[in-house]
Design a protein around this ligand. Structure first.
Ligand SMILES: [Zn+2]
Length: 512
């Protein structure tokens, strides 16, 4: 599996010093003062796919592993799922190690916790394949072990020009920031400091003291964990306060603003509920719904905040996300483009579902060309996009501008990593169908069997007499509610879906 395991053992001694102002009596962080390095780390959280976060918080750092709502159990169930239920082995790898679409921004950070393998490009070892348009062997893959039309594996690594430019993080090099306990990032100006003193009701300057804490990768994971489960991650980090159990927040109701529900994009699932409490015990669903819940793992945290308009139920992530809107790209962020990307980080290229019901965008790739030309009386070849960063027009005249009579540009076909020869269309799904699966309230996915279902009910002590079934349709609105609930609750289905079922029941009563 990916590079994650091997990278883990490398010692990173690099540390960032973080200055915090603490309330001496109340043992609270009033604010932290930081420069680019630490703010880059915080902003990089928004680019991390939920699957990457689930993987990180499941490990011990200075604090124990934490549960990331239902996302942790969803991730674990994918890990445990027999690969035969997915279209091919790459599908499972993609969901367990989803790429970061803003990898180019994160790789140069002083503390980059995203250990996912950087994107690589592969062509056939038989280099003649690159120019054989007619036989459709001119293939390029962003994933290992994909097959060429000639039967060989695409295993020659190439580096397309114009694809490898790394960016220097998110914040401006000399900018200075103030960060509130709940990770709201603000400009370091006098007004901000006054505001925070007032907010914390600090009248006497003697009540506060400056403290410096050293932040390495392990500490970044601590802060990431805390940002998911408490409202005061900096205080809890600095004073090593105990975490309160996540379960206590189980029964929240999750409402979202009006979303247009599109009938054409609805999935039908059968829910099994406990009659006496209304708790959803599990749902029976086809591969479309399973693809949908697994696709959460590919969503960048900031993309989730964007879809939920800054109300994702993860308080600190929302406040970090909202602070991006207030930071000026002229003084505090690298550019307007950085600001826009952080405001809505997309899914990495080729990771999207073709039938995704949620309004989240994915990176689209340029057309890559195999360029061969005569230079110093010998043929050379280059892999290029022939496009500049701003335009995608590739007319014949610009392609032939090198003036070599033997110049040729052959467009390469991107290999669909979710392709399977047993699929009728290669249309971007992970999970094999037609098939029925079972999803528990905390999003544990498994193939359905009556044995599984009965033993699940037994484990919850639910008598069969207390069980009812209902069919519900899950469209964009219901889907968003499940996603929102899954971030903080281990009852993602009950909290996400029950509000819609109640209205169905009420409607039924009205008709009667
Ligand atoms: Zn080949």
């Amino acid at each position: 599996m990916g590079a994650a395991e091997s990278v883990e053992h490398v010692e990173h001694v690099d540390k960032i010093s973080l200055k915090v102002m603490v309330d001496k009596k109340r043992h609270k962080v009033v604010y932290a003062e930081a420069g680019k390095d630490f703010v880059d780390v915080l902003l990089s959280f928004l680019t991390l796919p939920l699957g990457t976060i689930a993987r990180h918080v499941a490990k011990e750092s200075n604090i124990e592993a934490v549960k990331f709502g239902s996302i942790s159990s969803l991730y674990q169930s994918l890990k445990d799922l027999n690969p035969k239920y997915l279209w091919n082995p790459t599908c499972k790898e993609m969901l367990l190690y989803p790429r970061n679409s803003m990898e180019a921004y994160c790789r140069q950070l002083r503390l980059n916790i995203d250990d996912t393998e950087p994107v690589k490009y592969f062509v056939c070892e038989n280099l003649e394949c690159n120019s054989s348009v007619k036989e459709n062997k001119n293939r390029l893959s962003l994933f290992r072990d994909q097959k060429c039309g000639c039967g060989k594996v695409l295993n020659i690594k190439v580096s397309p020009k114009e694809c490898l430019s790394l960016e220097n993080g998110f914040a401006k090099v000399n900018a200075s920031f103030i960060i509130s306990d709940d990770l709201y990032v603000m400009p370091n100006v006098f007004g901000t400091v006054v505001y925070l003193h007032q907010k914390h009701k600090i009248t006497n300057i003697e009540a506060i003291a400056e403290k410096t804490v050293e932040i390495g990768k392990k500490e970044v994971i601590d802060i990431l964990k805390l940002s998911l489960v408490t409202k005061t991650p900096l205080t809890d980090f600095v004073f090593k306060k105990n975490l309160f159990p996540l379960e206590k927040r189980k029964q929240f109701e999750f409402r979202i603003r009006e979303v247009k529900s599109d009938k054409a994009r609805q999935m039908s699932v059968k829910i099994v509920r406990r009659k006496s409490t209304g708790e959803i015990l599990f749902v029976e669903a086809g591969e479309d719904f399973i693809d949908f819940v697994f696709s959460f793992l590919t969503f960048p945290l900031g993309g989730v905040s964007h879809m939920l308009e800054g109300f994702s139920s993860l308080n600190c992530i929302d406040s970090l996300y909202k602070s991006v809107y207030k930071l000026s790209p002229d003084i505090y962020l690298m550019s307007q483009a950085v600001k826009e990307k952080l405001s809505n980080p997309p899914i990495a290229a080729q990771f999207e579902l073709s039938n995704q019901i949620l309004p989240i965008c994915a990176v689209s790739l340029p057309v890559y060309y195999y360029h061969s030309f005569l230079s110093n009386s010998r043929y050379r070849e280059v892999f290029t996009t022939t496009t500049t960063t701003t335009t995608t027009s590739t007319t014949t005249s610009t392609r032939k501008c090198y003036g070599y009579s033997s110049d040729s540009y052959v467009p390469l076909n991107l290999v669909d990593p979710k392709f399977s020869s047993s699929k009728s269309s290669s249309s971007g799904e992970y999970v094999k169908g037609p098939s029925i699966y079972m999803v528990t309230d905390d999003l544990v996915v498994s193939p359905i069997s009556s044995f599984n279902a009965i033993s699940h009910l037994n484990s919850l002590n639910v008598p069969l007499l207390d069980v009812e079934e209902k069919v519900v349709r899950v469209g964009p609105k219901e889907g968003l509610c499940i996603l929102k609930a899954s971030l903080t609750s281990t009852s993602a289905l009950t909290n996400g879906l029950n509000q819609f079922i109640r209205t169905t029941i009420e409607k039924e009563k009205l008709i009667k």
